[in-house]
Design a protein around this ligand. Structure first.
Ligand code: NDP
Length: 323
């Protein structure tokens, strides 16, 4: 099969197209023909070695496709079923063997592209607004990188719950997308000197109930300074680099605020949580609450270009690799 392989940690140039033996469905596994693989920011952290990986490996945690073979001991899936997954390395490939207990069924009404576009990033947006901090109508929320893959979905789900989203983006095109997703206010954070002051002005001086920050190094201080008293900073990514160590006293000084650094896989810790969250996201797609924007489809062999575009902030919405 054709796949992308990484043999040493590094920049996008380590994403190498290769021919590999076809994987087999081992016990508890499904062998799937990949229709679309999802690109996620975590793929860049793994590629760079920020999250150390066993080498060599085929990257990509996410995809959708059709079951070609069912391994021993698997119940609930059959050859020909359409499935999606968000937690299985090896997805940048024509074929992947996935753990059956990490697979979810894709409803007929949901296309392969949307099945991928809604899954990892949609479930992330979902746990952020329902579990991490259950958004209430009328709350002020700060959402950074609102035109990104997670950002567009997070903005839509937060707005659907009645939250007033103050979005940050870097360009006019991204501003338009964030507004289309339901942002009440948009700040071009690359153009303001004092981001927290701009957020405070938009909240009558109060600050936001929650800041959803996936950008990290360059936004953390402003996110903290944007919170209202007893607000919450949800730091869920590091697109601009990791945040240096934080003195807990800063949470006191900022108004007895809360800081959490969550990851999806702790909120999808059981099979029941995974299937319930995937079903919630796919039903939000089906009922029109969630519009999944596919920003770009790259041929599998162009994984390198896709990672370059993502890290250069040239992309919006979901990026897919098509084998
Ligand atoms: P995005 O599509 O959001 O791409 C990243 C965006 O971040 C860019 O488009 C850019 O938007 C913004 N950005 C700001 N500064 C930088 C910078 N210096 N370099 C690169 N980008 C920058 O990616 P994803 O939707 O895949 O992921 C978003 C974030 O969410 C990531 O940090 C990821 O790790 C995190 N995440 C966390 C999960 C969790 O469970 N904790 C699960 C899924 C994702 P702009 O141009 O508008 O500034």
């Amino acid at each position: 099969m054709r796949a992308i392989q990484i043999s040493s940690a590094g920049g996008p140039d380590v994403l190498t197209p290769v021919e590999l033996p076809d994987p087999q469905a081992g016990p508890g596994e499904l062998l799937v023909e990949v229709a679309a693989a999802g690109i996620n920011y975590i793929d860049t952290y793994q590629r760079e070695g920020i999250y150390p990986m066993p080498l060599p490996y085929v990257p990509g945690l996410e995809g959708a496709g059709r079951v070609r073979a069912v391994g021993e001991g698997v119940a609930g899936f059959a050859v020909g079923d359409r499935v999606a997954w968000a937690e299985n390395l090896g997805s940048y490939a024509e074929l992947v063997a996935i753990a059956a207990d990490k697979a979810v069924a894709v409803p007929d009404a949901v296309s392969d592209d949307v099945a991928v576009g809604a899954l990892l990033q949609g479930m992330t947006a979902h746990f952020l607004v329902t579990d991490c901090h259950p958004v209430q109508a009328g709350e002020n929320l700060l959402v950074h990188a609102a035109a990104g893959g997670v950002g567009l979905l997070l903005t839509q789900l937060a707005a659907a719950r009645g939250g007033r989203v103050i979005a940050t983006v870097s360009t006019a095109e991204k501003e338009e997308l964030a507004r289309g997703a339901g942002a009440a206010e948009v700040i071009r954070y690359t153009e303001v000197d004092d981001l927290a002051a701009a957020v405070r002005e938009l909240t009558g001086g109060d600050g936001v109930h929650v800041a959803y920050d996936s950008v990290g190094a360059t936004t953390f201080d402003a996110s903290l300074a944007s919170l209202r008293r007893r607000g919450m900073l949800v730091l869920f990514g590091a697109s601009s680099g990791p945040v240096p160590p934080v003195d807990p006293q800063r949470l006191n000084a900022a108004g007895s605020v809360f800081l959490t650094r969550p990851k999806l896989f702790d909120y999808n810790a059981t099979r029941d949580e995974l299937t319930a969250r995937a079903a919630a996201v796919y039903s939000a797609v089906a009922d029109g609450t969630l519009d999944v924007r596919i920003g770009h489809r790259y041929p599998l062999a162009e994984a390198r270009t896709a990672h370059e575009d993502l890290q250069a902030r040239r992309t919006t919405g979901k990026l897919l690799l098509i084998p």
